[in-house]
Design a protein around this ligand. Structure first.
Ligand code: XS6
Ligand code: ZN
Length: 675
C-alpha cells in the first residue's frame, strides 16, 4: 500500500464564504484568507495531492445536540434570515464573535468536516488527517457562541466517537494559544476524555480572563485529573517551552492514559508572528508536536484547525503538521536552549498539582503543595517591562526564516544482515555499489583484532550505510550483526576518529560495559538503559539509566524515554541516532516499537538500529517502525518502581545544569553559566 494514501485532508471552499460585515477590532483578524492561504500552501507544496481528499458534510441537528442546547441551535438556525442589524444585535449577547448570514451553514460544515475526519480515521480508511475549517470551535459552549466559534467542532467529534465507535479514552490536545473553555466545560466530569490545554494567561489578564483557566482547575468528580491546564504567564515563549511541556507533562500523562483516539485543537496562533499569541515558536515546532502524538492511539490522530492569524506563519505551520502526518522526515529541532523561567514555573505548578492523579508525576519536583498557592500571585518579573503600543508593534515586522525543506531520501529503510536474510516489505537489502576504501579496512582491522575477520565486511558495509544516511540518500537502517556491542564499539571509534556525522546519539539497551568507548568532546552522547546502577560513572555525555527490572519494565522504560532520553536527545540534536539492543535486554516488542518511533523525531529520522543476528523475530516489527507505522498502544500504564523514579529524578537533577531541557522547575541554585 502506498504509505502516502493514509492521511486525510478535509477542506471545502464554502467555509471561506462568510466574513465580518461591520467594524469590530476584536474580530477583524478572523478572515476568510486564513483558510485560502493555508489550502493554497498545501497545494503549492504538493502536500494536498498526497492526502486522501475527503468531502465535508453538514453536521446534523443530532450531531450538534451532542454538545449544544436545543435553544441555542434553534437560535443560530435563524441567523441566515436576519438583517444586518438583527445579526449585530444577535451577536451582542456573546463575546468576541460575529455572525453572518452564511455562518450557520459554514459552522455545520466545520463540525461535519471534523466528523468526516473521525469517521475516516475510525473506520481505517486513513491513518490520520487534518480538517481545515472555519469557524473554529473550542470556545463555543452549551448555549453560547464565543471567540469566533459557533459550534464546538472537536467536542462534538469526541462525543460522536464515544457514541458511534465506543471509544473508551480520548485525548484532546489543544495547542491553540487560547484556552478552549468550551471543551473544558463539556468534559469537566468525564474521565474518558482527557483535555489538555496550554494557553496565554498572564494571570488572568489575557482573554478570556477566566479564573478556571489556571493550572488548579483539574476537572470535577470522576473527571478530576482529566482536565489539564498549562497557563502561560509571559509572551515570547519558544520551541523549548512547548517541547518541555510535551516531554515532561503531556506525553507522560498521555502514555499513562493510553488514548484510543487523539483529537488536536490545532490552532496556530501559538506560532511566531501571531498578533494574538505574541509567541516566538517557529512553524517547524508543530512537526515535532505532531510527531510526538503519532505513536499514541495506534496513530489515530485528527488535527482540526482552530485559531492562527498570521497569514505567513499559519500556512507554514499547517504544512509542517500535514507533512508530518504524511510521514516525511522531521526537521532538525534547532537551537533548543531550554525553557524560560516563567514557563518552568507553569510547568512546575501543573506537575505538582496533578501528581495526585498521575503516577508518572508521583515525585514531581517534590514541592509541598501548600507552596503552590503562592505561585498564583504574580511575581514582579512577570510584567513585560516595555509595553509597546499597537502602532509600534505593527511597525516592527517580525521576520523568521522559511522552515527547512524536508526531503525524503529515495530509500526509506535499508537492511544489512547475514546472507539469505529476507527483508520485510517496504525495506530493501543494502548493497554498497563500490568496494570499501582500503584505508577504512585497515583501520577496522586494527579495531577488530585478528580473530574477527568475518565481521569486517559487515562493518565496512555499515559505515558505508551511515555515510549514505549522512548524505540523506537513505533515511534509516537495520543491521543484524553477530556481536552488537563489538560492532557498536567499532562504529563509535570510527566516528570519533573521522569527520563523520556531526553528532551521534547512541541509545543502548543492555547491561554490557560500554562507557569506555565514549569521548567527551560532544561528538557523541550515549544513553544506556540497564539493570546496573552505574550512576557513579555518569558524565555529561554518558548517561546510564538504571531500571531495576530491566527493559522489560514497560512503564519505567517509557517514562525514562519521555522525560530523560528525549529531552537530552532534543537538546543534543544529533545528525544520527544509533539504537542498539542486546539480545538479553528483555525489552517488550511494543515498547521497543514506541522507542524506535519516538526517536525518529531526531536526526531527520536517520536511525540505525543494531540487533543481534539471533533476534530474528524482531526484524519485522523494527522495520515496520522504521517505515513509519505507528507503534501499537501499550495499554494504560501502571505505576513504575519508586526506586526507579527516585533514581531517575536524581539523574535529572544532576544533569540539569548541562541539559536545560531536563528542567521541570526553576533551579534553586542557578547553574554557573546562567549569568
Ligand atoms: C483583541 C482581543 C480579541 C478575541 C479572541 C478570540 C480568540 C479566538 C481564537 N486583541 N479577542 N481562539 O483564536 O482560539
Ligand atoms: Zn486561538
Amino acid at each position: 500500500m502506498n504509505p502516502d494514501t493514509r492521511t486525510a485532508l478535509i477542506y471545502d471552499e464554502e467555509m471561506t464564504k462568510y466574513k465580518l460585515l461591520w467594524v469590530d477590532p476584536a474580530c477583524k483578524i478572523e478572515v476568510p484568507e486564513r483558510l485560502t492561504v493555508s489550502y493554497e500552501a498545501l497545494m503549492k507544496t504538493g502536500l494536498a495531492d498526497r492526502c486522501v481528499s475527503v468531502p465535508v458534510r453538514e453536521a446534523t441537528d443530532e450531531d450538534i445536540l451532542l454538545v449544544h442546547s436545543k435553544e441555542y441551535l434553534e437560535a443560530v438556525k435563524q441567523t441566515p434570515y436576519m438583517t444586518l442589524e438583527d445579526l449585530q444585535v444577535f451577536t451582542l449577547q456573546y463575546g468576541d464573535v460575529y455572525f453572518h448570514p452564511n455562518i450557520y451553514h459554514c459552522a455545520k460544515l466545520a463540525a461535519g468536516a471534523t466528523l468526516q475526519l473521525v469517521d475516516s480515521v475510525m473506520t481505517g480508511k486513513v491513518r490520520n488527517g487534518m480538517a481545515l475549517v472555519r469557524p473554529p470551535g473550542h470556545h463555543s459552549m452549551h448555549s453560547a457562541a464565543n471567540g469566533f466559534c459557533v459550534f464546538n467542532n472537536v467536542s462534538i467529534a469526541a462525543k460522536y466517537a464515544k457514541q458511534k465507535y465506543s471509544v473508551k479514552r480520548i485525548l484532546i490536545m489543544d495547542w491553540d494559544v487560547h484556552h478552549g473553555q468550551g471543551v473544558q466545560y463539556c468534559f469537566e466530569d468525564d474521565p474518558s476524555v482527557l483535555y489538555f490545554s496550554w494557553h496565554r494567561y498572564e494571570h488572568q489578564k489575557f482573554w478570556p480572563h477566566l479564573r478556571e483557566s489556571d493550572y488548579d482547575t483539574v476537572g470535577k468528580a470522576e473527571g478530576a485529573g482529566f482536565n489539564i491546564n498549562v497557563p502561560w504567564n509571559k509572551v515570547g515563549l519558544d520551541n523549548s517551552d512547548y517541547l518541555s511541556v510535551f516531554l515532561h507533562m503531556l506525553l507522560p500523562v498521555a502514555y499513562e492514559f493510553c488514548p484510543e483516539l487523539v483529537l488536536v485543537c490545532a490552532g496556530f496562533d501559538t506560532a511566531i508572528g501571531d498578533p494574538e499569541g505574541e509567541m516566538c515558536a517557529t512553524p517547524d515546532v508543530f512537526a515535532h508536536l505532531t510527531h510526538l502524538l503519532m505513536n499514541l492511539a495506534d496513530g489515530k490522530v485528527c488535527a482540526v484547525l482552530e485559531g492562527g492569524y498570521n497569514l505567513k506563519s499559519l500556512p507554514q505551520s499547517v504544512c509542517e503538521t500535514v507533512q508530518t502526518l504524511l510521514g516525511d522526515p522531521l526537521p532538525r529541532p534547532a537551537n533548543l536552549k531550554g525553557p524560560c523561567k516563567s514557563a518552568l514555573e507553569s510547568l512546575h505548578c501543573v506537575r505538582a498539582t496533578h501528581r495526585k492523579y498521575w503516577s508518572c508525576l508521583k515525585l514531581a519536583d517534590d514541592l509541598p503543595s501548600e507552596e503552590l498557592s503562592t505561585k498564583r500571585v504574580k511575581s514582579a518579573e512577570d510584567d513585560n517591562p516595555i509595553e509597546k503600543n499597537e502602532m509600534e508593534k505593527e511597525a516592527e515586522e517580525l521576520v523568521w526564516p522559511d522552515p527547512p525543506k524536508r526531503t525524503s531520501p529515495n530509500v526509506r529503510t535499508a537492511v544489512v544482515g547475514p546472507e539469505g536474510i529476507t527483508c520485510p516489505e517496504g525495506s530493501q537489502l543494502f548493497c554498497p555499489s563500490e568496494d570499501p576504501d582500503p584505508n577504512l579496512i585497515k583501520k577496522l582491522q586494527e579495531c577488530l583484532g585478528k580473530d574477527a575477520e568475518d565481521a569486517l565486511t559487515t562493518l565496512s558495509t555499515l559505515i558505508t550505510l551511515m555515510d549514505q544516511m549522512e548524505k540523506n540518500k537513505i533515511r534509516s537502517g537495520l543491521a543484524l550483526v553477530r556481536n552488537v556491542s563489538m560492532t557498536m564499539n567499532c562504529i563509535v571509534q570510527h566516528c570519533a576518529a573521522s569527520s563523520f556525522c556531526n553528532r551521534m546519539l547512541i541509545v543502548f539497551l543492555g547491561d554490557m560495559v560500554v562507557k569506555n568507548c565514549i569521548t567527551e568532546d560532544g561528538k557523541m552522547m550515549l544513553v544506556q538503559f540497564s539493570t546496573k546502577s552505574l550512576e557513579a560513572e555518569m558524565t555529561k555525555y554518558y548517561i546510564p539509566v538504571c531500571l531495576k527490572k530491566g527493559c522489560s519494565d514497560v512503564s519505567g522504560l517509557i517514562h525514562a524515554t519521555l522525560s530523560l532520553l528525549l529531552p537530552l536527545g532534543y537538546e543534543f540534536d544529533p545528525g544520527l541516532v544509533l539504537l542498539v539492543r542486546t539480545p538479553d535486554c528483555g525489552v517488550n516488542e511494543n515498547t521497543w516499537q514506541q522507542l524506535t518511533g519516538l526517536l525518529q523525531g531526531l536526526g531527520q529520522g536517520h536511525t540505525l538500529v543494531l540487533m543481534q543476528e539471533s533476534d530474528q523475530s524482531s526484524v519485522a516489527p523494527t522495520v515496520s517502525s522504521l517505515l513509519g507505522a505507528p507503534a501499537p498502544a501499550l495499554g494504560p500504564l501502571s505505576a513504575f518502581g519508586s526506586d526507579d523514579i527516585e533514581a531517575l529524578q536524581r539523574l535529572k537533577l544532576k544533569l540539569q545544569c548541562d541539559w536545560k531541557l531536563l528542567q521541570t522547575t526553576v533551579p534553586e541554585n542557578k547553574c554557573d553559566d546562567d549569568g
